[in-house]
Design a protein around this ligand. Sequence first.
Ligand code: NDP
Length: 262
Amino acid sequence: FSEDLTGKVVLITGASSGIGEHLAYEYARRGACLALAARRENRLREVADNAREIGAPDVIAVRADVANVDDCKRFVEQSVNHFGRLDHLVNNAGITSVSMFDDTDDVTIFKAIMETFEFALACSSQDVNFWGTVYTTRFAAPHLRSSGGKIIVLSSSASWLPMPRMSFYNASKAAIAQFFETLRVEMPEVHITLVTPGFIESELTQGKYLNRGGKLILDQEMRDVQVGLIPVQRVEECAKAIVSRAARGERYVTEPKWFRVT
Ligand code: NDP
């Protein structure tokens, strides 16, 4: 059995590039209505236009920083006001951070990791990956409960693979995984699909993402380590697997080629 996504209302965070962008296109191909969020408004509008062209009957684009609780509330509220219901929430927005733990000056506030890279970034991977996901889920949960909807969560193989220089990122992804394993028990009426990709070519892994702020997020040495460990996959392939497997009601999207069989 595969869920018919025609006319279903799907919220996607981090839809302005990479996996999130291609998730929007996959859902659009299946006739879903979309509410897309990210910080780069222009990119988001382009993705919304493309999604309409591909087949989404209705798309809204909402500028939102998921590290900001009010933005998450507004994103969900605008979506519900516009569409009248929610069926899928895809918690995809994420950033990474690369630094040896010893180089992190102040571990009591996780934001310190960004300072070691001299990025003018407002948030850490904990803020975006963990708290952003929690906020959005909190506001969407009552609507998903009443529709018997689904939550799709982008964790990472980094949640179990001890990748050096990524301790904070890895920890944020492990926290999300365990958070949603617990929500499965607390909210049995909402189906949860936990996605743990390996290495997908995207702005996040190509370094373009943080190039906007200055330096590369993954230097060549780091990329070589990762690519040597995990087969590289394309965003299109990853997005297709996520949507079709979530629609079939699978609880985990982790292919053997994504490093671990669950
Ligand atoms: P990208 O950098 O291409 O996409 C990240 C998306 O998140 C962008 O749309 C970005 O948009 C958005 N985003 C970042 N920060 C915020 C914020 N504060 N508020 C709202 N949106 C935000 O990377 P990927 O597509 O690769 O990553 C998508 C998800 O998949 C992430 O959670 C990542 O951790 C996870 N993942 C990726 C892997 C990979 O190898 N690529 C492997 C395993 C997991 P904007 O900048 O416009 O806000």
